[in-house]
Design a protein around this ligand. Structure first.
Ligand SMILES: Cc1cc2nc3c(=O)[nH]c(=O)nc-3n(C[C@H](O)[C@H](O)[C@H](O)COP(=O)(O)O)c2cc1C
Length: 570
């Protein structure tokens, strides 16, 4: 095991919460001192985006059929809508003198470490260069003006994290939450792009250094000490399938020779507590340039190759065997592989995206969640659904679900391996008395396994740092990663595991809204107690994120205000 891998594993272990002690964090919090949620670069040219709030006719249910969504043209109005639906404000909340913004993407503690950038090479949209999106003002700050233009088909969006924003409240564990938030932001971008008929291509070959150079994150003098941004990912938004590869070297050269402007305003936080392990783990988990593959197309190729060696009868058998794979069912295929039942939601996709919230309390006496809604939400996180088209790698996250109140299902613990390969591994790593009995009613479509019957509410609540949201819901769940092998292959894959769980979380948030209920991500849980309950004895599997869904109880004391009422939109 190399030093970087050892460091990452060590970081993961030392940032576990346990029943005996929480991971190291600040002993006191001065709420007056919260880091500014909105980054601004002073001294940049501003590009105003057309007025936010546009509603599209497209229904949420239409998102299940991306091929039927008309492709919108690239123009500033549509790019503005993309950024708003992914990272923009969705409401303000007010309680007494306190007022805080909510966004379309969620964030642990509402601290929002994720920043978004647009790279534009099309003169018709705006002057070619690098732009930072300010969600509060719904405008772009031009950080760099390119001297030379090498056209890229589509636009590029880059994401970065200000770790300090999250560390201010959560201390050492904050690095994990920043990665979750990146996964959620990627999911939010995916849904926003889908409403416009656009797709997302992760430029996964790029190194963190490449991303930092192009986005200007390496310009240390432009940022206040300890308030810099860490590169996360870069992706291209496509309108069609046949795009020429992005010329990374030319973009790096354009950024290098471009004219930069702007200094990051201070986040105004007093850096009383310091968490040096975060910078160290960020370094240990930084990504080099790599050669990446498109996992789904490799699977296809292998299948074709397999078949070329088979006699016709065996082809049929191989086909049948493949049809037994949990994640890819022929009855789910309709152009794209479809979730179990199409959502009956008749709300516009843009409305569902904007109404997404985290439930802070659930009605513990709710009538059971309809079975179809439960299955549909689970089917939506299978890797074969359209949302996961952008995910280029084999799925590594699997679900263990505490069912509390679901129609027709015995309360208890259930498993949802997201690949068939994982089923055997999970089965042998978990407690020997787990039944692993496939739920028959949907056996053909969803790899859901019953493990254990019983009331798991108290357990779920205790495991999620004693939070009642994990027990008063219809169901809550742990996202378990294939951990040890993954990190040992490459330490930077640590981040990708959190991104994958954040992406799953984003799907659950939106599916919950579409089903008329509500979800909440849960980053606070007692890591090793979860492992003990499931029977994991080593780090082959680790729980990386929790989630809960149920009937929300509104806090009537809070006033809700429109997201962009503060902008003069006349
Ligand atoms: C990674 C992550 C972890 C979270 N952990 C918790 C948690 O442990 N408990 C909780 O009540 N809410 C949790 N939340 C919900 C956030 O507090 C919520 O997203 C934030 O306050 C913004 O509100 P919104 O989701 O309604 O926009 C988490 C959210 C994310 C994205």
């Amino acid at each position: 095991m190399n030093n970087q891998t050892a460091f990452v594993i060590n970081y993961h272990n030392r940032t576990k919460h346990s029943l005996e002690r929480y991971a190291r964090g600040p002993e006191t919090i001065d709420w007056e001192d919260q880091p500014d949620q909105f980054r601004r670069f002073n001294g940049c040219n501003i590009v105003e985006l057309p007025c936010p709030g546009k509603e599209l006719d497209l229904l949420f249910a239409d998102l299940y059929k991306p091929e039927s969504i008309p492709t919108s043209p690239f123009n500033l109005a549509n790019i503005g809508l993309l950024l708003e639906l992914a990272f923009g404000l969705s409401a303000w909340k007010q309680f007494g003198p306190s007022r805080w913004a909510l966004r379309c993407n969620p964030s642990s503690g509402n601290l929002h470490p994720t920043e978004a950038y647009l790279i534009n090479t099309d003169n018709n949209l705006a002057k070619p260069g690098i732009y930072h999106y300010v969600s509060h003002d719904h405008h772009l700050e031009r950080r760099c003006l390119f001297n030379q233009i090498i056209p890229v088909s589509g636009i590029l969006i880059g994401l970065s994290s200000i770790h300090w924003r999250e560390a201010w409240k959560y201390g050492e564990r904050a690095y994990r939450y920043c990665q979750h938030d990146t996964g959620h932001a990627l999911g939010a971008l995916r849904y926003a792009a889908a409403t416009l008929g656009w797709s997302i291509e992760l430029l996964a070959e790029w190194s963190d250094d490449d991303i930092a150079h192009v986005l200007g994150l390496n310009r240390a003098d432009d940022f206040k000490k300890m308030e810099g941004e860490s590169p996360d990912l870069i992706c291209r938004i496509n309108t069609g399938a046949n795009n020429t590869p992005v010329n990374r070297a030319a973009l790096l050269e354009s950024a290098q020779s471009g004219k930069w402007s702007g200094l990051a305003a201070s986040l105004r936080a007093y850096h009383f507590y310091k968490w040096p392990v975060i910078d160290k783990v960020a370094l240990a988990a930084s990504k080099p340039r790599t050669q990446e593959h498109q996992w789904k197309s490799i699977q296809q190729e292998l299948i074709i190759k397999d078949q070329s060696n088979l006699i016709p009868g065996m082809v049929r058998q191989a086909q049948d065997e493949r049809n037994q794979r949990p994640a890819v069912r022929p009855e789910l295929v309709e152009g794209h592989i479809q979730p179990l039942h199409k959502s009956p939601c008749t709300k516009p996709a843009t409305a569902i995206i904007r109404q997404r919230r985290s439930a802070q309390q659930f009605d513990g006496k709710m009538p059971p969640l309809p079975t179809a809604d439960f299955y549909r939400m689970l089917a939506a996180v299978l890797p074969s659904t359209a949302t996961f088209d952008l995910w280029r790698w084999p799925p590594k996250i699997h679900l263990f679900i505490f069912v509390h109140r679901v129609e027709g299902l015995e309360p208890g613990l259930y498993g949802l391996p997201r690949t068939d390969e994982a089923l055997a591994k999970l089965r042998s790593a978990t407690l020997p008395n787990f039944a692993w009995q496939q739920v028959n009613t949907i056996a053909d479509a969803l790899p859901l396994y019953h493990l254990y019957s019983g009331n798991c509410r108290q357990i779920a609540k205790t495991l999620s740092c004693h939070q009642p949201i994990a027990s008063d819901s219809a169901f809550s769940l742990a996202m378990v990663a294939e951990f040890g092998e993954t990190i040992e292959a490459s330490p930077w894959l640590y981040r990708r595991l959190f991104w994958e769980s954040g992406l799953i979380g984003q799907v659950l948030y939106l599916e919950a809204e579409a089903a008329g209920v509500r979800g909440t991500g849960i980053g606070c849980y007692f890591d090793d107690s979860v492992h003990e309950i499931l029977g994991f004895k080593d780090n082959a599997f680790q729980s990386l994120y929790h989630f809960t869904i149920g009937k929300p109880l509104e806090d009537k004391r809070l006033e809700t205000l429109p997201p962009y009422g503060h902008l003069d939109t006349n």
